[in-house]
Design a binder for this molecule. Structure first.
Ligand code: ANZ
Length: 854
């Protein structure tokens, strides 16, 4: 008992939790519920420090809320589908299923070492047919509702391997496997109409005060709602109109050409009669640009044989095909105003197109074209002299009245393409008959399971090759199954809901989901700020509209933890390439002021890079298992929570870990010293000394601060700092009488409960030794005693002839006599009354003592 040996106590405590099912959860209408969820991991094989941080944060919150008396659910599962399993399967010649299950088993063992309070009874993996069955059923519901449709859309295609590539498999435009240039290929794919929910997804962000502003802003930008004008231009050469979308209707009189997307129907029509043009379109298609690249990529265009007629001036405007116009946005056609848009300006300059200025600054100032700021209209006929703001309104009005166009709301958000041409995913529950007609697999035939015993060659999709799997007979009809699988964002979009009733024989049990949802606290990485969180919010609304859940949003509060960084070390080998050496394999030698670093194995001197994200490529990951073995889970957890605020990056420093370990050792030692001479003394409030009062005041102020830091501010690091500071006072507190012992007992009991969410094993153990009868897993969080917190001191300002000469503190019951005595003997006060006669002493109760002396 003398030594703190975490390895011994931690496994015992974990065994106790397992046997007693301490963290299993069920609905209880007498208690307020608290659903705490950390983003479930991809079972990559090994737990890394990012996981440890993520789950420690959610564990601290979950355990804290339990002590606050809530009925807590803290479930865990596995985001088990996806590309890495296929890659590993190709490399190791195993089936993705086998690899995944093995990884799950291993990572689960690792997680258990850290003592997280997960309710393992609710565990599932998304690759379990029992899970994805319900996703397939829901997809069918959406299909029947008309929220799902099939559309041709382009994918990355390797012409050599004749295979579809995921974006991650395209490396600078080349196939990752054979370096063949990747092309775009159009194939039919499934979409879900998230755009039908765009407005709701946008507006409901305002009802999420518990979300970080950055995440809400990112979602807003992603949805990208804009208001503008859809304007029709007649085409000179044919009986047809070209519709453009503009957010700057006030620039209408400055349009000098139109630009259309390379895949715009008019472009394709133009290409039919023009070989060069058709080559240009093919070239554009090959270099499909992402939106981010779009703004920096070189602007290329091709003039078509068509011209448009300006709806107001009647002027002829050339129509160009331009590589920067996206078919998927607006109408795929743009009215170009080179004088007031930099992109149009570059393009017009390059191709020698007219530039017509129609806006000038309100005040006379120096400016150059393109002028993109607000201003006043010029060269704009009847709209002259209006401000840009006024003109935007009057021009939309004018266009609507004259039947030229219509006000239009536009979204950047696109419908969600959920088809992936991959094996390791949820099979899309669809089939086609011999006429190519789509047939949804009936619910009674779900799940459509994946054949798991497959061999991956990396080129063919096992689903496409499997004739037995592919050919089905449904209702007497021979059909061919869809061989695409779902985007893995599908599974992660609703797992939080499935956790409420993981064994339900429907998608979710509505009663249980009504009890548990929304998730009260969601914890995860900022990398999921847009896609996962948006799809998940969308899915929630879909579930709501089908009556499976009641609330409007899935996650009430969101915490995005920062990355974990550590030093990285490398040497340059004889071929001139960097060899990254694991921190485990580094020895440090002092050379007076600084250190030199060497590789333990090779003795090479190493260069230290400074703090960088822990990653495989830099070999600077710290292995959680090593940490637990060396210091114990509680130390790893304490360091993780103490070293930085949860949202900030965490710099992993061995010295910091050692510091956390020392703190726990000292706590352990001190507790046992106290226990050995504590005989159940009770606190007698009526005879407290000043020191006793002071310590109790600090204790209760600490309780108050820690409670607020954890619950409201979520600054776990400052909570820990306050506890540490209090402990420093407790260590110095001299124990003489029984009241002293009672106060140490009170202090330790409170501190141990407050530390329990962070370092549960040591607290569990010490709690038992403190002679407490209830197990710590079920006690209540301490409540700060208002009486004890009251300031028992008063500050008296001492003046001599009206000038402040001292500020002295006294016990709150000190009398005027006592105060005068101390004041007169104060050095600074006595200096000013030296050789003087005291005429008068004016005492303003508990505030000021003024001494008049001449
Ligand atoms: C005339 C104009 C004048 C424009 C001007 C801008 C500045 P946001 O605000 O992001 O929604 N645009 C429209 N459809 C496009 C497409 N498919 N591909 C590329 N660009 C497109 O962007 C709307 C503006 O982007 C529109 O307003 C249009 O150019 C362009 F001084 O019209 B604007």
């Amino acid at each position: 008992n003398e030594q703190y040996e975490p390895q011994k106590i931690e496994s015992d405590v974990q065994q106790y939790w397992k046997e007693h099912k301490t963290f299993s959860s069920s609905e209880n209408s007498n208690k307020e519920k608290f659903y705490c969820l950390a983003m479930f991991p991809y079972p990559s094989g090994n737990l890394h420090m990012g996981h440890v941080r993520n789950y420690t944060i959610s564990d601290v919150i979950a355990r804290f809320q339990r002590l606050k008396g809530k009925n807590v659910m803290h479930p865990f599962g596995w985001d088990a589908f996806g590309l890495p399993a296929e890659n590993a399967a190709i490399k190791h010649k195993t089936a993705p299923h086998t690899w995944t299950k093995k990884n799950i088993a291993h990572m689960k063992d690792q997680l258990k070492l850290l003592g997280f309070s997960f309710d393992w009874d609710r565990e599932f993996a998304t690759c379990d047919p029992e899970y994805y069955k319900w996703e397939q059923k829901f997809f069918n519901i959406l299909y029947k509702k008309g929220l799902v449709y099939k559309k041709t859309s382009s994918v990355n295609w390797c012409p050599n391997d004749k295979t579809v590539l995921a974006n991650e498999q395209v490396e600078s435009g080349l196939c990752w496997r054979c370096d063949t240039p990747v092309v775009q290929k159009d194939i039919p794919q499934w979409f879900i109409k998230i755009t039908d929910y765009a407005d709701e997804l946008l507006n409901d962000l305002d009802n999420l005060p518990g979300w970080p502003d950055t995440v809400k802003r990112m979602q807003k930008n992603w949805i990208g709602r804009s208001e503008g004008l859809a304007l029709n231009f007649n085409i000179s050469e044919k009986e047809d109109k070209l519709q453009v979308y503009t957010t700057r209707p006030e620039t209408i009189m400055g349009v000098t050409y139109l630009a259309i997307a390379p895949t715009h129907p008019l472009a394709l029509e133009a290409a039919r009669e023009n070989k060069k043009l058709s080559e240009f379109i093919e070239e554009c298609k090959k270099t499909k640009l992402s939106e981010a690249d779009m703004s920096t990529a070189e602007k290329k265009g091709f003039q078509t044989q068509y011209n448009a007629i300006h709806p107001i001036s009647g002027k002829q405007l050339p129509i160009y095909i331009a590589n920067f116009v996206l078919m998927e946005y607006g109408t795929g056609a743009v009215m170009s105003v080179p004088a007031h848009d930099s992109r149009d300006f570059d393009f017009a300059t390059k191709y020698g197109i007219d530039i017509k200025q129609v806006i000038k600054p309100i005040k006379e100032l120096d400016y150059k074209l393109p002028y993109t700021e607000p201003g006043v209209l010029i060269n704009s006929d009847i709209f002259n002299d209006q401000t840009t703001k006024e003109a935007a309104i009057t021009i939309i009005d004018y266009c609507e009245k004259n039947d030229l166009g219509k006000k239009k709301v536009n979204y950047r958000l696109r419908d969600w393409g959920v088809s992936r041409q991959r094996y390791w995913g949820t099979p899309i529950p669809m089939a086609t008959d011999k006429n190519g007609k789509t047939i949804a697999i009936p619910d009674s035939d779900l799940p459509v399971t994946l054949p798991t015993d497959v061999e991956m060659d990396g080129i063919t999709n096992p689903l496409q090759m499997d004739e037995v799997w592919k050919n089905v007979k449904i209702n007497g009809k021979n059909l061919i199954r869809e061989t695409d699988t779902f985007d893995t964002f599908m599974e992660s979009s609703w797992y939080y809901a499935r956790f409420c009733s993981p064994n339900a024989s429907d998608i979710v049990d509505p009663d249980k989901s009504t009890y548990w949802l929304p998730v009260d606290q969601y914890v995860g990485g900022i990398e999921h700020a847009v896609m996962h969180l948006l799809y998940s919010r969308f899915f929630h609304k879909l579930l709501r509209d089908e009556g499976y859940v009641k609330c409007d949003e899935p996650y009430k509060k969101l915490l995005c933890q920062g990355m974990v960084l550590s030093e990285a070390y490398y040497y340059v080998d004889e071929n001139g390439s960097k060899q990254w050496v694991s921190p485990n394999n580094v020895k440090k030698e002092s050379n007076g002021e600084t250190y030199n670093y060497f590789c333990k194995d090779t003795n090479n001197q190493l260069i230290q890079t400074g703090m960088t994200k822990m990653s495989k490529s830099k070999n600077n990951g710290v292995d959680p298992e090593d940490m637990v073995e060396k210091y114990g889970a509680d130390t790893a957890r304490l360091f993780t929570m103490f070293a930085a605020p949860a949202e900030m990056t965490l710099e992993w420093k061995e010295s910091g870990v050692e510091g956390a370990n020392r703190f726990l050792k000292k706590l352990w030692k001190f507790s046992f010293e106290h226990i050995s001479n504590y005989k159940n003394e009770k606190l007698n409030h009526s005879v407290l000394t000043q020191n006793q009062t002071k310590l109790r005041r600090l204790l209760h102020k600490t309780i108050m601060k820690v409670s607020d830091d954890i619950e409201r501010r979520q600054t776990f690091n400052t909570a820990i700092a306050s506890i540490m500071e209090f402990m420093n006072h407790l260590y110095k507190f001299e124990v003489r009488d029984s009241n002293d012992k009672a106060i140490v007992q009170e202090s330790l009991a409170s501190v141990i409960i407050m530390l329990y969410p962070i370092t549960p094993h040591i607290c569990f153990t010490l709690w038992g030794h403190l002679g407490q009868t209830d197990g710590i897993d079920h006690v209540s969080w301490p409540i700060a005693d208002q009486e004890a917190m009251k300031d028992q001191e008063k500050l008296i300002v001492v003046q001599v002839n009206g000038k402040v000469r001292a500020k002295l503190t006294f016990n709150s019951v000190a009398s005027q006599d006592e105060i005068e005595k101390v004041a007169l003997s104060d050095d600074n006060v006595s200096k000013f009354i030296l050789n003087k006669q005291i005429k008068k002493k004016i005492y303003i109760k508990d505030k000021i003592l003024n001494i008049v002396a001449i």
